[in-house]
Design a binder for this molecule. Structure first.
Ligand code: SAM
Length: 232
């Protein structure tokens, strides 16, 4: 017996089956499996099971995320889109009234993203380096509500700041997956997280929540930030 219920985060669902609970989103494109994920078909729509091991956003929700600023209608700037695994679920959540500007700098990896965007009108693929927001500013036509970043770079705090300060206003949101070992290969991970969080704070991004992604992603924390008035 399978039952599907809305999650407390709008646009997200839970599937309960044989005593197990899975996360899912309602597919914008019925019948489409993007990365081999299972589709559960009901009269209410086709629900794509959201892999906790393939998506840090799903892992953060599973581990108790409290704030989920990505909602139906949100305008999202997604940095480090890869082939579109998490982007596809974000596209389901924001729906036809929202948009996902998905930035990926590797043209080879971006092939899957471009295919995905061809079937979903709310994804705008941008093949460029997230270190240069001014280069893609002409493509990002909306004011951004949420900047999401998963790029595993040593200067990821600065990259996030430069995008937020280009595309967002006071009160907007940022979500960042911090990969400790991309920043420092030897120090204690908790020290690395504290340093990164202070760095974000110093750049005008107030960290309001931080979630460890174990056991789904090793040495990663996921942080939710609010853009402060003093961001430069
Ligand atoms: N967020 C993806 C998901 O959940 O489906 C996985 C992202 S993967 C961990 C990181 C991606 O960021 C890689 O595809 C990499 O090519 C991309 N990347 C790294 N540095 C980047 C940069 N400076 N600009 C744009 N993309 C970058």
């Amino acid at each position: 017996m399978v039952s599907i219920e809305p999650h407390r985060f709008p646009g997200v669902f839970t599937i309960t089956e044989d005593g197990r609970t899975l996360l899912a989103t309602r597919s914008l494109v019925p019948g489409q499996s993007v990365y081999g994920e299972r589709i559960v078909m009901t009269e209410e729509g086709h629900f794509r099971v959201w892999s906790l091991n393939r998506s840090k956003l799903a892992a953060a929700m599973q581990n108790g995320l409290n704030e989920m600023p990505i909602q139906p209608g949100s305008k999202v700037l997604y940095l480090g889109a890869s082939s579109g695994t998490t982007v596809s679920h974000v596209s389901d959540i924001v729906g036809p009234q929202g948009v996902v500007y998905a930035v990926e700098f590797s043209p080879t990896i971006a092939r899957g993203l471009i295919r995905l965007a061809a079937s979903r009108s709310n994804i705008v693929p941008i093949i460029d380096d997230a270190r240069h927001p001014a280069r893609y500013a002409p493509i990002v036509s909306s004011q951004i509500d949420v900047t999401y970043q998963d790029i595993a770079q040593p200067d990821q705090a600065r990259i996030l700041h430069d995008n937020v300060s280009t595309f967002c206003s006071y009160g907007a949101w940022a979500m960042i997956a911090i990969k400790a070992r991309s920043i420092d290969s030897t120090s204690d991970v908790n020290q690395i997280y504290s340093r990164e969080i202070s760095k974000l704070d110093g750049l005008g991004l107030e960290v309001i929540e931080k979630i460890d992604l174990e056991p789904f992603d090793r040495d990663h924390v996921f942080a939710v930030c609010r853009v402060r008035e003093d961001i430069k």
